[in-house]
Structures are given as C-alpha cells and as structure tokens.
Design a protein around this ligand. Structure first.
Ligand SMILES: C=C(O[C@@H]1C=C(C(=O)O)C=C[C@H]1O)C(=O)O
Length: 87
C-alpha cells in the first residue's frame, strides 16, 4: 500500500470521529437551546463563546496551530447557532 493511501485511511478514521463528535455536540447544543427557550433566555451567549474559543486551545500540543483551531471553533459555534435556530 502506498504511503498516501495509509495516511488517507487515517484521515478517514479521524473524519468519522469528528462527525460523531460534532453530531453529539449539536444534539447537546439543541438541548440547551430548548432549555433557554423555556426560560426565555437569549440563544447567543458571547461570554460562553469567548471561553470556548480560548479554552479549546489549551488542548493543543503545538501552539502554532492556535489560530487555526480558533477559526475552526468560530465556524463550529456559528453552525451550532444556525442548527439551534432552525430545529
Ligand atoms: C449552546 C449554547 O448556546 C449558544 C451556542 C454555543 C455552543 O454551541 O457551544 C455557545 C454559546 C451560545 O451562543 C450555550 O449557551 O451553551
């Protein structure tokens, strides 16, 4: 097997885990959205989003990736709010 094929298999495994975790995250966010709606609390929480964007970088082994992870989480949060609004 070519090296590129082996690496792509590893990427496919990562993608499967990412999808499973993002789906779980969306489910949890939706539960929070329902609870906020019941309690008449606004969906968007700027303080919490800032915490998430800063805290997720703590798990990095290589801080050179910090800006990429921040951008990724900005997208995840944006998609999460869209999902919460539409469901
Ligand atoms: C899910 C929440 O609602 C919104 C979505 C968030 C998320 O997807 O993590 C975070 C903050 C809120 O803007 C929450 O407040 O925790």
């Amino acid at each position: 097997m070519e090296k590129i094929d082996i690496l792509r298999e590893e990427i496919d495994k990562c993608d499967k885990q990412i999808v499973e975790l993002i789906e779980k995250r969306l489910d949890l966010a939706l539960e929070i959205a329902h609870s906020k709606k019941d309690n008449e609390i606004s969906l968007y929480d700027e303080k919490r989003e800032k915490e998430i964007i800063n805290n997720t970088c703590i798990f990095l082994k290589d801080l050179n990736k910090k800006n990429y992870i921040k951008e990724l989480f900005k997208s995840i949060l944006s998609i999460s709010k869209e999902y919460q609004k539409n469901m």
